[in-house]
Design a protein around this ligand. Structure first.
Ligand SMILES: Cc1ncc(COP(=O)(O)O)c(C=O)c1O
Length: 360
């Protein structure tokens, strides 16, 4: 058969979305299953967002503002940066893709810790770039000295995921300072801070406040998690003006939709509620971590809205044992299971499932 697509894509793992809740509930014959697999915050849309989206939808026959001016202005004001430094996109994952596209030619290297966000290898391969994965430390965090040592003259972009998905571990300022000082000035460092709003450890630096002015640093954020807009698809980045301008050249036109722009603008007016919700989630994170440790799981401290169970080759059996009890978690075979923090009731259901799964 004639080959129409790239042969190298055959070896690429597909991005695995969490299992569908409705399907699982139907298969189990239960009213509702619980999904703790996609790191969403469980409290629904923020106040006023549905109304703003409904209003914006009346204009859906028109293209959105391609310059995303109002939203970029709002983000720029919120973070105290010039609007020209802000780029928005269809989720931060699309912006990660664009960043690789803007920096790498085929054969160039994208460096990241592993295990980290599962989209990184897919994004690198999609651009024809070479992934260089540096194994995480025994404590499930980035091994920054090893990452610095892995930089070559082909390295064009480095993802630093802080806090790290899926392990929840976070880097402190001194180690990041040392790492950034070691990175050559012509290599772009992307601080992926998808879970920044959930960080409670004061030693974990805010990438934008601390490193935002460095010429080769881009800070990547999302409104999918704390801001409750996962289904709207809105991510943003802050870069130096020249970097932002180059990124805009390869951005898919109109990729921040009309409704995503309206939703994000309305959500940004609800920061106090975001802070309140994040506090609920982080309190539950500590409770779930303690409970899992009592059950004998070796759970690293998490600074995100999920916890990591490094259970190795028990990953698949544990995840499916949870599913048979109506709780969807995310297994990353053969390393471990990531469990999103949900409402207290959802977390209790997971803890009961985890206890039962121990005996499987
Ligand atoms: C570390 C990290 N970066 C980026 C993303 C992408 O988020 P989104 O595309 O929804 O903005 C995720 C989502 O899970 C993530 O965990």
């Amino acid at each position: 058969m004639t080959r129409l697509t790239r042969a190298d894509l055959d070896a690429l793992p597909a991005y695995v979305p969490g299992r569908n809740v409705a399907d699982l509930a139907r298969d189990l014959g239960i009213e509702e299953a619980i999904k703790l697999a996609s790191n969403e915050v469980p409290y629904g849309p923020l106040p006023g967002v549905v109304e703003a989206v409904t209003e914006a939808a009346r204009q859906m026959h028109r293209y959105p503002d391609m310059g995303v001016l109002a939203l970029r202005d709002a983000l720029a004001e919120r973070f105290g940066v010039a609007a020209e430094r802000v780029v928005t996109g269809c989720g931060s994952v699309a912006l990660a893709e664009i960043l690789v596209k803007a920096t790498c030619l085929p054969g160039d290297e994208v460096l990241y810790s592993w295990r980290s966000f599962e989209a990184y290898p897919i994004i690198a391969a999609g651009a024809g770039a070479t992934s260089v994965r540096v194994p995480s430390t025994p404590a499930h965090g980035h091994d920054l000295p090893a990452m610095a040592a892995a930089i070559t003259d082909r390295t064009r972009l480095i993802f630093v995921c802080n806090p790290n998905n899926p392990t929840g571990t976070a880097l402190h300022k001194p180690e990041l300072d040392r790492f950034l000082a070691a990175v050559p000035s012509d290599v772009l460092v992307v601080l992926d801070e998808a879970y920044r709003e959930l960080v409670t450890d004061p030693e974990v630096p805010d990438g934008l406040d601390t490193y935002g002015d460095r010429a080769n640093v881009v800070v990547l954020r999302t409104m999918s998690k704390a801001w409750g807009l996962a289904g709207m698809r809105m991510g943003y980045l802050v870069a130096q003006p020249e970097v932002a301008a180059a990124i805009r050249k390869v951005l898919t036109p109109f990729s921040t939709s009309l409704v995503a722009q309206a939703a994000a603008l309305a959500a940004l007016r609800q920061e106090a509620e975001v802070v309140r919700r994040c506090a609920l989630v982080t309190a539950e994170r500590e409770r779930v971590t303690e409970a899992l440790r009592k059950l004998s799981f070796d759970v690293p401290d998490s600074q995100a809205n999920f916890v990591w169970l490094p259970i190795g080759d028990r990953t698949a059996s544990f995840a499916s044992a949870c599913e048979t009890r109506g709780v969807i978690v995310r297994g990353f075979h053969p390393d471990g299971v990531r469990v999103t923090i949900g409402t207290p009731e959802e977390n209790d259901a997971f803890l009961a499932a985890a206890e039962a799964a121990l005996t499987v």
